[in-house]
Design a binder for this molecule. Structure first.
Ligand SMILES: Nc1ncnc2c1ncn2[C@@H]1O[C@H](COP(=O)(O)OP(=O)(O)OP(=O)(O)O)[C@@H](O)[C@H]1O
Length: 284
């Protein structure tokens, strides 16, 4: 076994659980490759993560892994637990139980170090009311120990692509929802993170901006950034992601490569698969 290393121990337990649960006809080669993926290729490791708020069980033993370089869509109906999971990964909340690690670091205990590896775009970005967008970018560059001039040159070029450059000297608090998302993405990408965590990134964006957003995300992925993002838009997942994790009522109900998921459940589209797996009884 792997005594003393919590990541290795947790992965060992997962491997054994997988072997117990192997369904007939499953792709053994793919499972084997995943189970024995070297730890240095594993960027996100989540094992049996549980979160309660008082009596409310928001996450109920979530487990999945994301290897470096993957674009993974996190899907789930309203209230499934997506934002809670992101807040645990960012070390904003502490898990009630379970393991959440980014590049081997504990998401809560090592949250300062972890934040250097992650760029996070919340669903509703909130900014200091007394700083302009430019000042926020400069402050963030300073906090990450980056060279301010060259970082701002990079940020301005990106802001021009996102049609935000003319607003950089305005107060971010006065920005529209879409403009706040754009600034949030710039701030998330500023330090060249290894992992981008995006909570409904295109919520509130117009069609052109959505297109530009995804172009930037794909470019980031192309240069090796791992992406985990949530959305309710299935066609966006199909367009962008190689893999998806579907959660419902705080638990993972399906995960894997998109094509394999559809094939496994005999569904022609991700949307029909999602609807099939997350169907709920009518409320009285
Ligand atoms: N601070 C909190 N206190 C109490 N309950 C909470 C808290 N945060 C989240 N919850 C509950 O946990 C569950 C999961 O919420 P969460 O925001 O993670 O869902 P979500 O998947 O992001 O939903 P949506 O798609 O609507 O954004 C919900 O039932 C929510 O009410």
């Amino acid at each position: 076994m792997t005594a003393g290393n919590p990541l290795a121990d947790a992965r060992w337990r997962r491997r054994n659980r997988w072997i117990d649960r192997l369904p007939w006809g499953c792709d053994l080669a793919a499972l084997y490759e995943r189970a024995y993926m070297p730890d240095d290729k594993l960027l996100v490791f989540i094992d049996e993560a549980t979160k309660t708020f008082g009596d409310k069980l928001a996450l109920n033993g979530i487990s999945f892994e994301i290897p470096a370089g993957q674009i993974c869509g996190l899907l789930g109906p309203n209230g499934a637990g997506k934002t809670t999971l992101f807040r645990l990964l960012m070390g904003i909340l502490k898990a009630t139980s379970g393991v959440l690690q980014v590049a081997g670091l504990d998401a809560f205990e090592d949250r300062v170090a972890t934040k250097r590896l992650i760029g996070f775009l919340p669903d509703e970005p909130v900014f200091y009311s007394y700083l302009s967008a430019r000042e926020l970018l400069e402050l963030s560059a300073g906090m990450h120990g980056l060279d301010i001039d060259s970082t701002m040159e990079w940020a301005e070029a990106l802001a021009r692509r996102l049609r935000l450059a003319d607003d950089l000297d305005n107060y971010a608090e006065d920005f529209s929802r879409g403009m706040k998302k754009k600034l949030g993405l710039l701030l998330a990408m500023l330090h060249g993170p290894r992992l981008l965590v995006l909570d409904e990134p295109t919520n509130g964006l117009d069609v052109e901006s959505t297109h530009l957003f995804y172009e930037l995300i794909q470019e980031a992925a192309g240069s090796g950034t791992t992406i985990l993002f949530s959305t309710h838009l299935m066609d966006h997942v199909t367009r962008l992601c190689s893999h998806a994790v579907i959660i419902n009522d705080g638990a993972v109900i399906a995960q894997g490569p998109l094509a394999e998921l559809q094939e496994r459940y005999g569904e022609a589209s991700l949307e029909s698969l999602f609807l099939k797996l997350t169907a709920r009884p009518q409320q009285a």
